[in-house]
Design a protein around this ligand. Sequence first.
Ligand code: ADP
Ligand code: MG
Length: 229
Amino acid sequence: MIKIRDLNKSYKMGINYLHVLKGINLDVEEGEFVAIMGASGSGKSTLLNIIGMLDTHDSGLYELDGVKIEKLNEKKAANYRNKFLGFIFQSYNLISFKNVVENVALPLYYQNVSRKNRSKIAMQYLERVGLTNWAAHMPNELSGGQKQRVAIARALAAKPKLLLADEPTGALDSKTSAEVIKLIQEINDEGKTILMVTHEDEIARMCKRIVRLKDGMIMSDERIEQVRL
Ligand code: ADP
Ligand code: MG
């Protein structure tokens, strides 16, 4: 599903370049559940953003689902994102002036699904994350854990092949984190491929494979016995 070879990324900082990803090699097969770990500033988000086509690499190869991802124009990249990818962020990124079911339905709008079907499908995913009764509420009426479950429902509604999560439990207490990760595990059990950035060991152990980054390089990459909740 993902093939990355000798991938490099630098950011221009004034007259200097900050070399953030230094020759990354990574393969991810369908159905995997991968934790990307590393200290703050090690390049985790940069890598996830390149995989998610929110950012571009400078050199090397990146193939997603057999398609070489190169300097795509924004429209093409947006198309691929809508078709292939679901995102979950630490800060939830819900639309504050839309209610819960409208938030979940949003990616379907970009897939040209009819209004009636959008609501119907969005309700199915709200049920999946246990928030049926919250459909008409606004995001600011929800707890952090509930907001993240809405974000997960929204990510799933578009039926992505790949789910990308950047510190999805970073703003949650440990009990709520566990509930959110349990939900993500179940989604992986159903066959969804998941890449999750985290700097917490306890969270990473609930994945099936841990990739460790240090200063923009992969230090280790190992399959693990998944901790179940
Ligand atoms: P992590 O997610 O592991 O904390 P990041 O990938 O966010 O690390 O960042 C890696 C390095 O790249 C950091 O030093 C960060 O300051 C820098 N960086 C990230 N994004 C940008 C950007 N858009 N412009 C300049 N520097 C950036
Ligand atoms: Mg980060």
